[in-house]
Design a protein around this ligand. Structure first.
Ligand SMILES: [Zn+2]
Ligand SMILES: [Zn+2]
Length: 392
């Protein structure tokens, strides 16, 4: 079977599948119908599913295509979930679920990986080792997202490396974005409850106003960068909400604050909860308050393995796509693909669409041309991995 032919037909199938998925988006950990649709398509293709659902749900699956010759196991990952966004694009396949939309392009990832399954099935005898196709649920969930559940279920056992792609609306159409080393930031969350002592607004001396402590914390926490972090590593301490009080003449009992922390370096990330603990407790004490801190580590830094990324570049060039390569800058966004990179060599790339509307916005849309590029490149990588990484 001619490879270009396989890619072309698989891309046509995948484009149709994407439109179907776009019509019926499902939120994180609700991707039951999406999973069924993928499973049905894989059954049609004769590709066996080796694991159905993660964390005791029916969301997500892993399929496996075994080659004729021995070799390593490569995992190729696609995320499958949608977002709580109301679509404002007037497409023939506009979302039919009110308030839910594939606003990050995960419908394209799901479709591309299904296309890759079709190509690999037609070229199964060329595979050395095996290729596992991971359709991962709940990438967008934040705490409790899909990737750590996949890892906890033991799905990476026996896997030698993992690759994944994400469409990118802000990157020039048809380009392939890559970066060695740290690629995307960690994303952790913090919540603080400051306890003061409520009272009459005219008698502050007989109360403890927790908002004064909050005001001091705004300065103290945002001074962590760059006073305590190494200025060579981009870091963000973000404050998203401060809530307290109802009336002009009442001092409230409590004040709550929450925000996000993004790091580009794992040591900086590991030091953050301790910094928060010290500053929050110390500032609360200085203002005669007490404070509860809930600091949650959510997504690690996404780190691309240098050697695996070099291999991605080599295969891309060998496929005649070298002129599409663009080196990306480190981004402060995050990805739960990062969990896999903590376990096995990982490489994550971006496929440019030039569609401009930002990810997660109601006007976000996928350029269907990206499907064929994704199917072609990810299939080429999947077919090459076993050949260039022999393993008895
Ligand atoms: Zn997203
Ligand atoms: Zn995404």
């Amino acid at each position: 079977m001619d490879m270009n032919d396989s890619v072309k037909r698989a891309s046509e199938m995948a484009t149709e599948l994407r439109h179907e998925l776009h019509l019926h988006p499902e939120l994180p950990w609700c991707e039951v119908e999406t999973t069924k649709k993928v499973a049905a398509k894989l059954a049609e293709l004769g590709v066996p599913v080796i694991k159905m659902g993660f964390k005791g749900t029916q969301c997500g699956l892993i399929a496996e295509i075994k080659g004729a010759k021995p070799g390593p196991v490569l995992m190729v990952r696609a995320d499958i979930d949608a977002l709580p966004v109301t679509e404002n694009e007037d497409l023939p396949y506009r979302s039919q679920c009110d308030g839910v939309m594939h606003a990050c392009g995960h419908d394209a990832h799901t479709a591309v990986l299904t296309g890759v399954a079709q190509v690999l099935k037609e070229h199964q005898d060329e595979i050395c080792g095996s290729v596992r196709l991971l359709f991962q649920p709940a990438e967008e969930a934040g705490p409790g997202s899909g990737a750590p559940a996949v890892v906890a279920d033991g799905a990476l056992e026996g896997v030698d490396a993992i690759i994944g792609e994400h469409v990118q609306s802000m990157q020039e159409a048809g380009t392939i974005g890559w970066k060695k080393g740290p690629f995307m930031a960690s994303a952790d969350t913090w919540d603080i409850v400051i306890h003061g002592k409520g009272g009459h607004g005219s008698r502050p001396h007989s109360s403890v106003n927790p908002m004064l402590c909050a005001a001091a914390l705004v300065h103290a926490l945002t001074a962590i960068v760059p006073q305590e972090t190494n200025a060579l590593y981009p870091t963000v301490v973000g404050i998203g909400a401060i809530k307290a009080g109802e009336a002009r003449n009442v001092i409230p009992d409590t004040c709550t604050m929450c925000g996000t922390v993004r790091c580009s370096n794992m040591d900086e990330r590991a030091a953050m909860p301790g910094r928060f603990e010290r500053i929050v407790k110390g500032t609360a004490a200085a203002w005669n308050c007490t404070a509860d801190l809930n600091y949650q580590m959510v997504y690690p830094v996404t780190v691309n393995d240098d050697d695996l990324t070099q291999w991605v570049l080599d295969v891309t060039k060998a496929e005649g796509l070298g002129d599409r390569l663009v080196e990306r800058e480190f981004a402060m966004g995050s990805e739960d693909f990062s969990y896999y990179g903590e376990k096995v060599p990982a490489a994550y790339i971006n496929l440019g669409m030039g569609t401009d509307a930002p990810h997660h916005s109601p006007g976000f849309h996928v350029d269907d041309a990206v499907i064929e590029l994704g199917v072609k490149l990810m299939s080429a990588l999947a077919l090459d991995y076993g050949k260039s990484h022999p393993k008895a």
